[in-house]
Design a binder for this molecule. Sequence first.
Ligand SMILES: *Cc1c(COP(=O)(O)O)cnc(C)c1O
Length: 361
Amino acid sequence: MRKTLQPQPGIMDIAVYTGGAAHIDGVREAVKLSSNENPFGAGDRAVEAYRRAGHSMHRYPSTDHAALRRAIAETHGLDAARIICGVGSDEVITFLCQAYAGVGDEVLYSQHGFLMYRISALAAGATPVAAPEIDRTTDVDALLAAVTPRTRLVFVANPNNPTGTMIPVSELERLAQGLPDNVLLVIDGAYAEYVEDYDGGAGLVDALGNVVMTRTFSKAYGLGGLRVGWGYGPAAVIDVLNRVRGPFNLSNMQLEVAEAAVRDREHLERSQTENARMRAWLAEALSALGVPCDPSYANFVLARFADQADAESCDLFLQREGLIVRRVGSYGLPECLRITVGDEATCRRVVHAVAQFKGQR
Ligand SMILES: *Cc1c(COP(=O)(O)O)cnc(C)c1O
């Protein structure tokens, strides 16, 4: 390659994202608990919509996503005009960084925040900045203390991945109100559906002028492979994001399946109920085995081991049992394993395997 051919500053600092593993060599039917996928898969209505949408593959999709935005707005009680849809919420995060942060600007998030914030900040040429957490939980004071004149965006996943912890809406509000006028707070609600009586931050979007909420169909709706997410924000911000969004960013298939999914409340409620039940059971059973977890508000638990070596040998033991969980060293948590809450049989398998691992030492 010619020496003069150089990518934009920051790009080579990006470590390529590796998703949760899906296979184990030599194991036929491994159970994947490494990507926080819904153990019940997509709902029937989404699958039906997928089949129907196959008939319109030769048509270009809608550019304004009006039908999907209307469905989202109706179910969540939001203003459809202030919703933007993207290829996963990852794309909405990318739009935000591209539109609001560039060379010389800072993008702030918390210590164990979702990896895409750093990646999207660097891709936009901006400088990623992490503020410390307290006991693996977002610390509003630390975030406010890390704000500088260069800060443009603050990302808080609530609940956060990979910690599973969250802070109350009152704390998010205190953060938003403590930010300078030229800084936008982004509340990432990828796991909001799993929290009881929580609007993901939508109320703050409506009440304050400097808050954007992102949501996804990848987790509670069981559509990680479809790639649809959305954002809700002030009209002026959504207008900016729509200018950088490709007109055909979502296919007919994505739009129609997501619309069917958001209207299928039965599938969502079953996923929520089962997750809450098995999450509590899993966390308690692991704790009883000497593997504590912080209270999780999402569809996974962060299991804490004695040290990195202990976590890694348990991971290898689980792999031999056909169970794939997620190492989180890249999040600065090498002594932990993130385990997605599966269905009851799977959770029981996990606990049984961890018990065997503990017993043999
Ligand atoms: C999974 C996840 C997302 C969602 O990503 P998609 O692109 O919508 O699949 C966003 N934020 C966090 C914190 C996540 O864990």
